[in-house]
Design a protein around this ligand. Structure first.
Ligand code: M6R
Length: 598
């Protein structure tokens, strides 16, 4: 979704900002804009469409500028258009702002300003910020920025330019990330650390309610009472390689190929000297009676997989969509712990769900892939996944890393509860076997199955037990990037209604990796075949059955860890189908990488 870039320094601000916006493209957006100090004025250029379109419009303009702010917008309030694109200037062009997040009380603020005669140029919630700053009676710009936190309700990361304060940027954040990057060539601001990787040597993640003031020479931080704070920079530990597409045609393909590494690095993290589990209070784990797992989309599906694994480890777990958790009647369980899963750590529903758990004094653990994320700042305990930056909108390697971290968490809980020495736990070796199998996997028959799917009307994914969780993730992947309708079902539920949709124009992909459920799942296959559908079976078992039209043979490993393997061909299937349809799998329509609005 929306992205912010700011720059002050000795390089061309136009180039630095446009390059940064280009890196933020993967988050999803529909318009882009830039505003820089130019000949004493705040010069604004913004356009509906791509960053390339904006770059073309900027050609020959904004020469010799050294300070500015830029933005990529994903429309929430007001349609995607030039006028609703950021940055926004205040009515008299004395203030420019870019904003990520939502100003929940913008209507009343706007109404008040309009009563005072202020004319607005857009339909957005964000414009109100520029107008408020212009109207502010505070004696200094810093105080004007501080005043915003008393007035604005909602979430915000805001970068601000004041006419007359040449080459200075102000920033403030709440519930939306903003990061300062330091380099020998100046200072950068970004809502996403990925845009800073190649540019800066050190970075600082702004705290909640922190105010930043950057000028030509330095960067100053203040708390919400305007008390000066020391900035402790972290060394930039990401590499340009991590966000480059390399020799791959798409990021999604690169990321599927990185699945084994993502699992390996996450195992190592869970096993490292700084093992995140040791930070979990022993009593909390010993007494744990109910584990609630919360997430959205793929993160939810990872949670569902873990819910099954937890049951095997005698842990009562319940997986809930964050968007439901937020609004369902709250019933606190005895000795409950909540686990929130989020690749980006910026998903609004998941963040709000976590806040609700905290309000009810439930200990919160987050499993997240982005160390700089908002959710990490809010949670009690953090279990990092080590998938590396995930750029494609469709989540792949992060999913495997999430289930790896969850398996480790469940085993840790099991060991503590049963007084077993965690070091004797053999999960690590089993997971290394998974890595080995995935590294050598050849994706046989996947291209052919993708070809069939392109020409079909309906696709169903079915499975029993934990295979249902995998079928849910496989179905999400396919519909997300190929725009083909697909649905996932518990195999045993077919005959209770959905069987009515099964005919010769249907493909059913059956995931069957659990020995004890295999025969039952085969019964479903016969039912489907009798209605004329094409059946593809994903399994590690050797079978020879006429009802199966295509076998997607997968390597075998410990049965409980099969979800790590069975999803792998399904990720590739979705990718191949999208490519065969001529779609860009990295940028599916209507979707954004991190969903920072409700
Ligand atoms: O960043 P998060 O893990 O919180 O994102 C949650 C979902 O929005 C995300 O998994 C989404 O479903 C993916 N696009 C699926 O591929």
């Amino acid at each position: 979704m929306c992205g912010i870039i700011g720059y002050v320094g000795n390089l061309s601000a136009k180039e630095e900002i446009l390059n940064g916006l280009k890196i933020l493209e993967y988050r999803g957006y529909d318009s882009a804009g830039i505003c820089c100090f130019y000949k004493g004025e705040l010069k604004l250029i913004k356009k509906k469409g791509s960053v390339d379109t904006l770059s073309q419009v900027c050609q020959g303009q904004l020469k010799d500028v050294h300070c500015g702010i830029g933005h990529t917008r994903w429309a929430t309030h007001g349609d995607p258009s030039d006028k609703n694109a950021h940055p926004f200037l205040s009515e008299n062009n004395s203030v420019a702002i870019v904003h990520n997040g939502i100003i929940e009380n913008f209507e009343s603020l706007k109404g008040n300003l309009q009563k005072q005669g202020v004319r607005f140029r857009s339909e957005t919630d964000s414009e109100v910020i520029a107008q408020l700053l212009q109207k502010s009676k505070c004696e200094s710009e810093l105080k004007k920025v501080q005043e915003l936190s008393n007035v604005l309700v909602g979430s915000y990361a805001i970068a601000i330019l004041f006419k007359g304060l040449e080459n200075q940027i102000f920033a403030i954040r709440k519930n939306s990330p903003l990061i300062v990057g330091k380099s020998p060539n100046g200072y950068y601001l970004s809502s996403d650390v990925n845009a800073l990787i190649d540019k800066t040597t050190e970075y600082h993640i702004m705290d909640e309610d922190e105010i930043i003031w950057i000028d030509n020479n330095d960067c100053y931080a203040f708390d919400k009472n305007l008390q000066a704070k020391e900035i402790v920079y972290k060394k930039m530990d990401l590499d340009k390689q991590d966000i480059s597409i390399g020799n791959f045609e798409h990021y999604m393909l690169k990321e599927i190929m990185q699945v084994p590494t993502a699992i390996k690095l996450t195992i190592n993290e869970c096993d490292s000297m700084v093992n995140p589990f040791t930070k979990l209070p022993k009593d909390m784990i010993k007494n744990l009676k109910h584990l609630t797992i919360v997430g959205c989309g793929t993160a939810f599906n990872a949670g569902m997989t873990a819910e099954h694994y937890a049951r095997e480890r005698e842990i009562i777990a319940e997986c809930v969509y964050a968007s439901e958790y937020r609004y369902r009647k709250f019933l606190k369980q005895d000795n409950e712990v909540c686990v929130f899963i989020s690749q980006s750590g910026e998903t609004a529903d998941t963040i709000e769900a976590l806040k609700i758990a905290k309000e009810h004094q439930i200990p919160t653990i987050v499993i997240t892939n982005v160390a700089t994320s908002t959710i990490n700042k809010l949670a009690d305990y953090i279990i990092p996944t080590k998938a590396g930056p995930e750029i494609a909108v469709a989540s792949t390697k992060a999913y495997n890393a999430q289930i790896t971290a969850l398996y480790n968490l469940m085993d840790y809980i099991y060991c503590i509860k049963n007084k077993i020495n965690c070091r004797t736990c053999i999960l690590k070796d089993k997971l290394y076997d998974v890595v080995d199998k995935l590294e050598n996997y050849k994706f046989d028959n996947i291209e052919e199955l993708a070809q069939d799917i392109v020409n079909t009307e309906r696709v169903f994914f079915i499975g029993r037990g934990v295979d249902y969780a995998t079928s849910q993730e496989a179905s999400l992947k396919l519909k997300e990037i190929s725009n083909i309708h697909s649905e996932s079902l518990y195999a045993g539920e077919l005959k209770h209604g959905t069987l009515a949709l099964i005919d010769e124009n249907t493909i059913v992909i059956v995931i069957a990796t659990q020995k004890n459920l295999f025969d039952k799942t085969m019964n479903s296959i016969y039912e489907i075949k009798a209605r004329g559908a094409k059946v593809a079976l994903v399994t590690q078992f050797n079978i020879d059955c006429e009802a199966v039209d295509m076998l997607i043979k997968i390597p075998t490993t410990d049965q409980m860890l099969m979800p790590e393997i069975s999803i792998y061909p399904m990720q590739m299937l979705a990718y191949k189908t999208a490519v065969l349809k001529g779609l860009n799998p990295d940028k599916p329509r209507n979707l954004a990488k991190s969903v920072t609005v409700e």
